[in-house]
Design a protein around this ligand. Structure first.
Ligand code: HEC
Ligand code: HEC
Ligand code: HEC
Length: 107
């Protein structure tokens, strides 16, 4: 009986991870973005550019599981070593500078 419960738990865990995997690459994540305008992060365009799950999870954006609330990113976090700026540094991807605010923030 114990073994059956364990086997079921493992199966459910695998099914859960599997559906989470399927979700992200086709998913968009919306940040409110304040006065600057909302930011839509597109999982598919990022996957198409070759970004893999571990490039972003869990180090930059927490675990690969539904989040109760969005991570809080401030203007002061718009630096090369944090969150989106880890890649959006003007080398790996367009920088978080005046020319590019509107590439992420839409009013
Ligand atoms: C690579 C994408 C990206 C670029 C480029 C970018 N931002 Fe952001 N910015 C974000 C994200 C994501 C957030 C988080 C929004 C939230 O938490 O609601 C954010 C948040 C902010 C906030 C805080 C909003 C709040 O509610 O506290 C300000 C202010 C801001 N950005 C200004 C700017 C300005 C000015 C520029 C251009 C110089 C810029 N951003 C460029 C992605 C970007
Ligand atoms: C380029 C960066 C990046 C990559 C690559 C990436 N993610 Fe994410 N992921 C994010 C961001 C940003 C969030 C939103 C974080 C937050 O809640 O504020 C997120 C959130 C999630 C969530 C929670 C969604 C929700 O609605 O709460 C899951 C699940 C997830 N990612 C799974 C994955 C999986 C699986 C992969 C690989 C197929 C992946 N992610 C690849 C950046 C990325
Ligand atoms: C692991 C690296 C990585 C991280 C982290 C990352 N990006 Fe990107 N992003 C890229 C690459 C690579 C491109 C394509 C190259 C370019 O456009 O300069 C891109 C392109 C984009 C684009 C243009 C294509 C589109 O989807 O419309 C937007 C907008 C964008 N990123 C927003 C964000 C936001 C918002 C975050 C943080 C929540 C973020 N990115 C975090 C690597 C990353």
């Amino acid at each position: 009986m114990k073994a059956l419960t364990l086997a079921l738990t493992v199966l459910i865990a695998i099914a859960f991870v599997g559906s989470a995997m399927a979700v992200m690459s086709g998913k968009t994540i919306e940040f409110a973005g304040g006065d600057q305008g909302k930011v839509v992060f597109n999982g598919k365009t990022h996957a198409d550019k070759g970004n893999k799950c571990p490039d972003c999870h869990p180090k930059l954006f927490g675990p690969m599981a539904p989040h109760k609330e969005r991570i809080k990113i401030t203007k002061a976090d718009h630096v090369p070593e944090k969150f989106c700026g880890t890649c959006h540094d003007g080398k790996k991807a367009f920088a978080q500078d005046e020319a590019n605010c509107v590439k992420c923030h839409k009013k």
